[in-house]
Design a binder for this molecule. Structure first.
Ligand SMILES: [Zn+2]
Length: 319
């Protein structure tokens, strides 16, 4: 580990109060932009890139359309896909990045890497952390319910991911640099408790509940930043989500995949899933958008899939 990444500075304010005269490149998605553009008259947008895919070919292609233009800052307005692409552009263009999430749907707003789809799996390439994150809880509360607080899945994956990390330790399967660290494991469990407690409030769009959900996302990400890997929060539940996304083709939001995967994997790990299911339901995370046949097929291929893609050892390797 050569550096330790940080979290963005956060401003809690309505989008309508943003005033920024700098020449801006806007990275967004159609539905997100339509939902908030009336409140963002204070921006000086010089060009707009709409993102529909998570791969560098698509991003490079979009970027080539603005090759001869000069910007002072990048604004990312939307969900995780938009944030990942904007981090890529801002790092390539060497520009500061401001992120305006329209829902608390993932942790990608505050991580230093961008997830890309390649060869049937998800890989993370180091890009950059946004310098600034603007949270407008009024806007987030108005997001469609299924996506509003779906980022809870990226904290709740501690339940299964940290379990895998400990399991790998017991089996002597953690490589150098990913050694099991008990206090980090305990910290992760404490963050998990926090997010289960705020699930109901966050799910209904309560501002304090959304703030606590953000706090839990931030602590989960920074904990991973400190240790230099994601084992405290990423394990078999994410592998299942990556594999099933590949089976189904793209189209389901991250939470729709990771949410049901947490329950499925926790059950296989012998955990009590009742509190997990309650929290996911409270946050309106869809739990039945994956067809049953697809779940069964994915479980069958998962051990070979996890090995083929060199995913860190977890319960999936032993199914
Ligand atoms: Zn995730």
């Amino acid at each position: 580990m050569k550096q330790i990444w940080n979290l963005p500075k956060v401003d809690l304010m309505p989008f309508s109060e943003i005033e920024d005269k700098r020449e801006s490149l806007l990275v967004t998605s159609g539905p997100a932009w339509n939902a908030v553009k009336e409140n963002l008259k204070g921006l000086n947008i010089q060009a707009q890139l709409e993102i529909t895919e998570a791969n560098t070919e698509h991003w490079d292609n979009r970027k080539s359309s603005i090759e001869n233009q000069k910007f002072e800052v990048v604004y990312a307005i939307g969900g995780g896909l938009v944030a990942d692409a904007a981090k890529y552009f801002a790092s390539k263009l060497n520009l500061p990045l401001v992120v305006l999430p329209t829902a608390l749907s993932v942790d990608a707003f505050i991580t230093a890497a961008s997830g890309i789809r390649k060869d049937g799996c998800v890989y993370y390439i180091e890009t950059k952390v946004p310098e600034r994150l603007i949270l407008d809880f009024e806007t987030i509360a108005k997001a469609p319910a299924f996506i509003r607080a779906a980022g809870i899945t990226d904290v709740m994956s501690i339940a299964t991911g940290a379990w895998d990390w400990k399991f790998a330790h017991e089996q002597g399967k953690n490589p150098a640099g990913m050694e099991f660290i008990p206090w980090v494991y305990d910290n992760a469990q404490s963050i998990l408790c926090g997010v289960l407690d705020c699930a109901e409030a966050a799910g209904r769009g309560d501002h304090d509940g959304l703030k606590t959900l953000y706090d839990c996302l931030a602590m989960e990400v920074q904990l991973c930043n400190q240790v230099g890997h994601s084992r405290p929060e990423e394990g078999s539940e994410h592998y299942f989500a990556y594999a099933i996304e590949n089976e189904m083709g793209h189209g389901l939001p991250h939470g729709d995949l990771v949410g049901p995967a947490i329950l499925l994997i926790a059950k296989l790990q012998g955990q009590d899933i009742a509190p997990l299911e309650k929290a996911l339901k409270a946050c309106n995370v869809p739990l039945s958008n994956i067809p049953q046949g697809m779940i069964e097929r994915t479980l069958k291929i998962l051990p070979a899939y996890s090995r083929r893609h060199n995913l860190s050892f977890g319960i999936t390797h032993t199914l």
